[in-house]
Design a protein around this ligand. Structure first.
Ligand code: AMP
Length: 279
């Protein structure tokens, strides 16, 4: 496993590679969810480059940029064991030589304004800007993103289409803990009591799925059921609970094939997101 910290070194390494290159961008705090992307990448490409970069451009000033987990040595060991060919671990100055707000910005309209884009208005611009920069540095054939961040995945796909980028974006399924909680680097913020309550997201999803399977298909009814379930079983402060089309991120009156249930909420200071297909 090769560790690269400079753009020039990454580019030289990329030029030296023969065969296809898979890319897995992460912010570190590596868990099984990230490792599943590496596994998928290894099954489809000859070389897998992982980036570990806590992107300052996607955090608002009041958010957790400073406290975000940065266990680099552990992350490196996990990625080495998983079979990644190289880790790109740049500083902020490498990615944003003119400062995070002064260089070119990439913004995908419309769907960036839905769901997470309401509470975090600059989030997806920060994500697209860093992913575009990383794509240009890594020049991957395929890039792997988790469905855990389903809206992000769709936004990146649109960015790639709109800008004619030469990379195929591949979505990978959500990896969950045995009790159903979607894996996330932020789960370590949870107190034991909050960690226990967090399982109610998946329980709530299953409650909605069972209603849906019994023929209830009014989207407002189903999302109200999730809200009521979480209100009665946990102290979640709801950000959103919505059933939306996964291409347009628009809501229909009745569930239509391919719709997903999206959730975001706070337990204490920790914001958790999750989603599930209604099928
Ligand atoms: P992050 O480090 O949180 O920015 O995530 C890096 C990549 O890992 C993104 O494409 C995420 O969607 C993906 N990811 C994070 N958690 C999971 C999970 N539980 N299952 C699958 N993919 C995940």
């Amino acid at each position: 496993m090769i560790l690269l910290t400079k753009n020039e070194d990454l580019k030289a390494y990329r030029r030296s590679l023969k065969g296809t290159v898979g890319f897995v961008p992460t912010m570190g705090g590596i868990h099984e969810g990230h490792l599943s992307l590496v596994k998928q990448a290894l099954s489809q490409t000859d070389h897998v480059i992982v980036s570990i970069f806590v992107n300052p451009a996607q955090f608002a000033p009041h958010e957790d940029f400073n406290s975000y987990p940065r266990p680099f040595e552990k992350d490196q060991a996990l990625m080495t064991a998983a079979g990644a060919s190289a880790i790109f671990y740049p500083t902020s100055e490498m990615i944003y030589p003119d400062g995070k707000a002064n260089g070119t910005q990439v913004y995908v309209p419309k769907i960036s304004k839905k769901l997470c884009g309401i509470t975090r208005p600059h989030f997806f611009q920060g994500v697209c800007t860093v992913v575009a920069r990383l794509f240009n540095l890594v020049e991957p054939d395929h890039a792997f993103f988790g469905e855990k961040d389903f809206q992000q995945l769709q936004i990146i796909k649109q960015m790639v289409r709109d800008l004619f980028m030469n990379v195929e974006v591949i979505g990978c399924p959500i990896v969950r803990e045995s009790d159903g909680l979607a894996m996330s680097s932020r789960n370590i913020y949870l107190s034991p009591a909050e960690r226990h309550e967090a399982t109610q997201i998946f329980q709530g999803f299953n409650h909605v799925l069972s209603l849906f399977k019994r023929g209830k298909n009014n989207t407002t009814f189903l999302t109200e059921q999730l809200k009521a379930y979480l209100a009665s079983t946990s102290s979640f402060r709801l950000d959103y609970a919505e059933i939306l089309n996964t291409k347009t991120f628009k809501k229909s009156k009745l569930v239509t094939p391919g719709d997903r249930l999206f959730f975001a909420g706070f337990l204490g200071k920790t914001r958790l997101i999750d989603n599930i297909a209604l099928e």
